[in-house]
Design a binder for this molecule. Structure first.
Ligand code: NAD
Length: 503
């Protein structure tokens, strides 16, 4: 059986982490005859080898999830039971929070302090929040006439949810948090889960398997299969036994999943995809605050954030001062070992992602944009990239149009207030947007005109477990978080009872 065993020595937590890394089906770890290499993004060196889920494991896991749904979960587990188990899971995550944060820093490259303070803390809050919902899912009665009793009830959407999440600052950006966003509402709603984590950042999901078992979830309720996208991922998307797919990842792969779902059993699909979020900064904004938030917007999580504010539009009156101050902020970002408490930015998640980002930087140069800051690799090992700012861009450049998923932003000067809305909306994405101004009327008008599922006013990247999050346009379908996320996993059934109508 593949097992992970690692003594952490560099961070604030210096414990030893040991857990099985087989394929998790029916609360047991199953061996595979092939493995996946897990690489440390800080060094490019192998951390461990984990079992690779193959096609045969998909069928076995689907059967396990179906069995659990029909016997111990779904409509067979009361809301109170589901609530207690989710709460117990959150308690175990609290107990092991330092270990989970250390694993995230090792595997994903994000700083330990950010992983501990944000990813792990928010994951625990998410599980607790949906624990609360598990006992509060209810339908309604609908008054029609006195000879009919009609009601609507909510039932778990199906035996299986396949949730997977991305591989960068999310997959490699927020692997644990993305898992919590999926399993929280799915389990609260009574669905059983097949989870396919990113092959690049599987460690926290595999550690969670042991906690799920320890919390007492019945076998088959959560199954975790780490495999490659075009094989295991594709097989899950096409599987006739899976009724729902909830996916977080790139728009490219989201499109493939939707196609596979439509060609098989018309699975219900929710998609949380990419973004190229605009950040509109008006002349009357609080300059210091706008600069600090804008830097956070693009450089937070190494730019590996679906909602990264990667297009920064600045009004002409403050453009020069804004750019100078943003440059200083970016220069002050300390890039290095994610376990060093003085470091702000770790490595990008993988060689693949590093190559993609450097490719975009090259294309910006070739297209004639100015590399105002950065643009280079840092060091000779690992996947570290300088915080990078481009200016003198055109709307048709790849660096302006496409999601880079790295610490690379474009800063664009604007004069006309109407035109900046047009430019901000001129993208196939619509995940998030931000506006900075002291004029509340202008703020609200702009927020309403921006085509995005989330608009921040005088801040960026603010997410809250109670507030829905998701995309317009090609940034996705459906919403995560808040009460809305439960709907992803619930069917609505209408029941009509005849109290005296005769034929
Ligand atoms: P990705 O799309 O490359 O991979 C995501 C997952 O899809 C992986 O698990 C991969 O194995 C799987 N996959 C690949 N090919 C597949 C196929 N043919 N069928 C089924 N599955 C397949 O994304 P990534 O690089 O891991 O993550 C980065 C992307 O995720 C970015 O675009 C980012 O914006 C997005 N993201 C969105 C949100 C959101 O909430 N909207 C959150 C985080 C990340």
């Amino acid at each position: 059986m593949t097992t992970f065993s690692y003594q952490f020595t560099k961070g604030p937590w210096t414990g030893k982490s040991t857990f099985p890394t087989g394929i998790f089906i029916d609360n047991e770890f199953v061996e595979s005859n092939s493995t996946i290499d897990v690489v440390n993004p800080s060094t490019g060196q192998l951390i461990t080898k984990i079992s690779e889920a193959k096609l045969e494991h998909v069928d076995i896991a689907v059967k396990a999830a179906q069995r659990a749904f029909d016997t111990t979960w779904g409509l067979n587990a009361s809301g109170e039971t589901r609530q207690q188990l989710l709460y117990d899971l959150a308690t175990l995550m609290e107990r092991d929070a330092d270990e989970l944060a250390s694993l995230e820093a090792l595997d994903n490259g994000k700083t330990f302090s950010w992983a501990r303070g944000t990813d792990v803390a928010s994951s625990i809050s998410t599980i607790k929040y949906y624990a609360g919902w598990a006992s509060k899912i209810h339908g309604s009665t609908i008054e029609t006439d006195e000879r009919k009793f009609a009601y609507v009830r909510k039932e778990p959407k199906g035996a299986f949810i396949w949730a997977l999440w991305c591989a960068s600052y999310r997959g490699t950006s927020q692997p644990l948090l993305m898992m919590a966003w999926k399993i929280g509402p799915a389990l609260a709603a009574g669905c059983t889960v097949l989870l396919k984590p990113s092959e690049f950042t599987p460690l926290t999901a595999l550690r969670m398997c042991s906690l799920i078992k320890e919390a007492g979830f019945p076998p088959g309720v959560v199954n975790v299969l780490v495999g490659y996208g075009p094989t295991t991922g594709q097989a899950l998307s096409e599987h006739m036994g899976i009724s729902k797919v909830a996916f977080t990842g790139s728009t490219l792969v989201g499109r493939k999943i939707m196609a596979a779902a439509s060609k098989s059993n018309l699975k219900d699909v929710t998609l949380e995809l990419g973004g190229k979020s605009p950040n509109v900064i008006f002349d009357d904004a609080d300059l210091d605050q706008a600069v600090s938030w804008a830097a956070h917007g693009i450089f937070w999580n190494h730019g590996q954030a679906c909602c990264a504010g990667s297009r920064i539009f600045v009004q002409a009156g403050i453009y020069d001062r804004f750019l100078a101050a943003l440059t200083e902020k970016a220069k002050a970002i300390r890039v290095g070992d994610p376990f060093d408490p003085n470091v702000d930015q770790g490595p990008q998640v993988s060689q693949l992602q590093y190559d993609r980002i450097m490719g975009y930087i090259d294309s910006g140069r070739k297209d004639g944009a100015t590399v105002h800051l950065g643009g280079n690799r840092i060091g000779t090992e690992g996947y570290f990239i300088e915080p990078t700012i481009f200016t003198d861009t055109r709307p048709d450049m790849k660096i302006v149009e496409e999601e880079i998923f790295g610490p690379v932003g474009v800063v664009v000067k604007f004069t006309d207030e109407q035109d900046v809305i047009r430019q901000a909306n001129d993208t196939l994405y619509g995940l998030a947007a931000a506006v900075f101004t002291k004029d509340i009327t202008k703020a609200i008008e702009t927020a309403h005109k921006l085509h995005a599922g989330t608009v921040w006013v005088n801040c960026v990247n603010q997410l809250h477990v109670q507030i829905p999050f998701g995309g317009y346009k090609q940034s996705g379908i459906g919403r995560e978080l808040g009460e809305n996320a439960l709907d992803n996993y619930l069917n609505v059934k209408a029941v009509h009872i005849n109290l005296g109508h005769t034929m």
